[in-house]
Design a protein around this ligand. Structure first.
Ligand SMILES: NC(=O)c1ccc[n+]([C@@H]2O[C@H](COP(=O)([O-])OP(=O)(O)OC[C@H]3O[C@@H](n4cnc5c(N)ncnc54)[C@H](OP(=O)(O)O)[C@@H]3O)[C@@H](O)[C@H]2O)c1
Length: 293
């Protein structure tokens, strides 16, 4: 692990934000569909996050659909000046909870307007174009037409900054030739290190890398190394996983997701956890073992 980066804040989308943010996907119902199991708890988590200093929230209108954006609006509107809300477009939901690619200019325009309406905004801070060329994970595919359509929405003033998600390194490079890109949001965590080189390339260019599934997502991270390091530091394995990401590179911004106020507090506290050099080698092995498996 070549980089250590312990700064609490970073420059992102023209503002100074805390690197420990919050991802709202877990607030929708089961299968990221429908209303939350506990609506009051969902509103409480959002308000507690912002009260604790979170000023970077990740969402999408396809969570629910519309559910997380409407919860964010109810909990937090009118928004604090320093809050950066990042959303994503490129999919719509089927009634069977499926995720359906939605990349035409008309669909992307509709998605931007859905996000504006449900969040109660005149312009979106950051919109990630989420690619869905493969069944699972990033896959090559031509991004020029959808990214050009999103750049046109930016030209119209509806979108301030553009990012990409679920992108290959080639797609990131292609995207950067079409429009200025402020962030890349891909699957990455202490056990899934496929984007190691991309993280370093983006760090060198001052572009944020925002890992989704920082805690493993639907399958929570589990490893003996994580548990042992956590026990030695009087922390939890989830806190160690988040602290590892913060130390991995200065351009990494975190958006761990939770529907639980207790987990939120635990995750936010990880911003203050410094991992000593001595444990980094053992954590590094988690990714290598997972890659060999
Ligand atoms: N661009 C994309 O394609 C994409 C894909 C997926 C997600 N995302 C974004 O990335 C964000 C983060 O991903 P994610 O929420 O799916 O996964 P995650 O942050 O890796 O993990 C969330 C899971 O971990 C649990 N959890 C959270 N904190 C915990 C703690 N301290 N102890 C134990 N369990 C804990 C949550 O359950 P509880 O609710 O019980 O805490 C939930 O099941 C999402 O919210 C979303 O905004 C983007």
């Amino acid at each position: 692990m070549p980089n250590t980066a312990t700064a609490a804040t970073a420059q992102f989308a023209g503002r100074t934000i805390n690197r420990m943010g919050y991802g709202a996907m877990q607030l929708a119902g089961p299968g990221v569909y429908g209303p939350p199991r506990d609506r009051q708890a969902a509103l409480e988590v959002l308000r507690a996050a912002v009260a604790a200093g979170v000023n970077h929230i990740d969402t999408s209108d396809f969570y629910g659909p519309h559910v997380t954006n409407q919860l964010i609006r109810e909990a937090l509107h009118p928004y604090p000046d320093d809050l950066v809300i990042v959303t994503k477009i490129g999919a719509r939901r089927g009634e069977d909870k499926s995720w359906i690619p939605a990349f035409s200019a008309a669909e992307l325009t509709e998605a931007v307007h859905d996000n504006l309406r449900n969040l109660g905004l005149d312009a979106l801070d950051v919109v990630n174009l989420r690619f869905m060329f493969g069944h699972l994970g990033p896959a090559e595919g031509d991004i020029e037409a959808p990214l050009t359509a999103l750049a046109e929405l930016q030209r119209q003033g509806l979108v301030r900054h553009i990012g990409v998600s679920n992108a290959t390194a080639k797609q990131v490079a292609d995207a950067r030739r079409i429009a200025p890109i402020v962030c890349v949001q891909n699957l990455y965590n202490v056990a899934h290190r496929e984007d190691d080189a991309l993280v370093d390339d983006l760090a060198a260019s001052g572009i944020a890398f925002v890992p989704f599934f920082p805690l493993g997502g639907f399958t929570r991270l589990q490893s003996d190394e994580l548990s042992e390091v956590a026990a030695g530091l009087h922390a939890t394995p989830m806190q160690v996983a988040l602290a590892w990401l913060l130390q991995r590179a200065p351009n990494i911004l975190l958006i761990p997701g939770t529907s639980s106020p207790a987990h939120l507090a635990e995750n936010l506290a990880a911003a203050g956890l410094v991992l000593p050099e001595a444990v980094l080698g053992s954590l590094d092995r988690i990714g290598r073992v997972a890659a060999d498996a």
